[in-house]
Design a binder for this molecule. Structure first.
Ligand code: TYD
Length: 138
């Protein structure tokens, strides 16, 4: 699969700024097409640290760099693709069976994650070879 047809799904949020500053709204089942059941954020990632390194069996998520920027490496079981999150109005959908890694956090990065379900460790696939086997059944 060539990189140009890698299935990256973006959500475009509206900047509702005025002279006081910026405001970005995300509405459950409107701006994202699932019900948001959990919100978590990475407000202060040490320089040089990479996170993630897993896929989910069922969970749907949207990642937003509320401040600063980071690079997300996606792998769909066939090939990898890098995307840059560098705007609070760009939401990246990370759907089930999409391996994802978070790299190159800037010092000011606040990575916001909207998730379709509560935390459940049994939904994680943390071993890349297991992920490849599940994504490419014989
Ligand atoms: P982990 O998913 O390993 O972080 P990342 O993928 O970003 O590197 O989570 C780190 C720890 O936090 C781990 O012990 C699980 C816990 N955790 C929760 O308890 N609830 C949550 O919603 C999340 C995302 C993590």
């Amino acid at each position: 699969m060539s990189q140009s047809i890698f299935p990256v799904h973006w959500i475009h949020l509206t900047l509702r700024g005025d002279e006081r500053g910026d405001l970005v709204v995300v509405e459950s089942e409107r701006d994202v097409d699932f019900a948001i059941r959990r919100v978590y954020f990475l407000p202060r990632t040490a320089l040089g640290v990479a996170r993630g390194f897993h896929a989910h069996k069922h969970l749907r998520q949207v990642l937003i760099a509320a401040s600063g920027s980071c690079r997300i490496l996606l792998h769909n079981g066939k090939c990898a693709y890098d995307v840059i999150l560098d705007s609070p109005t760009k939401g990246l959908e990370v759907n089930p069976m999409m391996w994802h890694e978070m790299h190159d956090f800037t010092e000011d990065c606040v990575l916001l994650v909207l998730a379709s379900d509560l935390y459940d460790e049994s939904d994680y696939i943390r071993d890349f070879n297991e992920f490849l086997s599940l994504a490419n059944p014989r």
